[in-house]
Design a protein around this ligand. Structure first.
Ligand SMILES: [Zn+2]
Length: 292
């Protein structure tokens, strides 16, 4: 073998060795790479599912904890009586707040409202349940419409003023007109409409004039969404307001379900819950009709 041939052979051998080792390295890298990728992939999947679980469970627990804390920690409302009528202190549980002639809205009480398509406003916290209720009613060919919702103190005062003026126009003196108006309009600060949690719901007259269909559906189903018929028939002495099949009040699903099940009005339910030992004697208290 000549020198030239030997070096050529060496070159070839070196080349082959290089090629083989390159291939080996490549294969190795590829193998490792594939393993890494696979492992990474698994890890990622595992991580994602773990973190998803953690996140959703964590959030749910956090929310539940927060809610149950804030629901169990506030003191029980104190209960007193104004004659026959229960007076329940406000303990921060907004959806359970009692507002009527004997229970005024706490001073400085504020809410965030959401505006419905027709311009009426409600407390933003009830919007989702309200929307679901309306969607489900429509799915059953019942077409409810919110004719009245949130009223500001000024709205309520305006309504009162309107009634007084009307009576004065009819010839009553101012004092009498005022008294008469108060029999029909809730005094500012004592109307549930000022809470943004009360709604007057009638038929959507663009589609149907059948109010009874709406009232019937609501009476059977509203509690599922946290709403109660606030002024039931036969409870006028307790609520101070005549039967209003259109007036619904949001109290949350838990309260609504029990109130519906037991056929109570809110006053009776709160008494049962917070002052179960109280005995009321049947009485013939004032039977004044009052537009909520
Ligand atoms: Zn009303």
């Amino acid at each position: 073998m000549s020198k030239k041939k030997r070096s050529k052979a060496r070159l070839i051998i070196a080349f082959v060795v290089m090629l083989v080792s390159c291939l080996a390295v490549y294969a190795g890298v590829k193998g490792v790479g594939a393993d890494l990728f696979a492992a990474k992939n698994d890890n990622v999947t595992a991580d994602v599912s773990v973190s998803e679980d953690t996140v959703s469970e964590g959030e749910m627990f956090v929310t539940e904890d927060t809610v149950s804390d804030s629901e169990s920690v506030p003191e029980r409302p104190t209960v007193t009586y104004d004659g026959e009528h229960i007076v329940v202190s406000y303990n921060g549980e907004w959806e359970h707040m009692l507002v009527n002639r004997w229970n005024s809205i706490p001073e400085g009480y504020e809410i965030d409202t959401v505006t419905l398509d027709n311009g009426k406003q409600v407390d933003s916290r009830i919007y989702e349940d309200l929307r679901n209720m309306f969607d489900d009613a429509r799915a059953k060919d019942v077409y409810p419409y919110v004719t009245e919702a949130f009223r500001s103190t000024e709205d309520q005062q305006g309504m009162m003023k309107l009634y007084i003026e009307r009576y004065i126009e009819e010839g009553y003196d101012e004092e009498t007109a005022q008294e008469m108006a108060e029999a029909y309009v809730a005094l500012p600060g004592t109307s549930e409409h000022q809470l943004g949690l009360a709604l007057d719901i009638n038929a959507d007259t663009n589609i149907s004039v059948d109010n009874e269909a709406v009232y019937g559906w609501l009476a059977e189903n509203a509690y599922r969404y946290g709403f109660i018929l606030r002024y039931p028939e036969g409870k006028e002495d307790i609520t101070g307001i005549s039967y209003e099949p259109w007036h619904y009040r949001y109290v949350g699903k838990e309260f609504a379900e029990e109130i519906h099940r037991d056929g109570l009005c809110l006053e009776e339910y709160l008494q049962k819950k917070y002052d179960p030992d109280h005995k009321t004697e049947p009485s013939d208290s004032e039977e004044q009709e009052n537009d909520s």
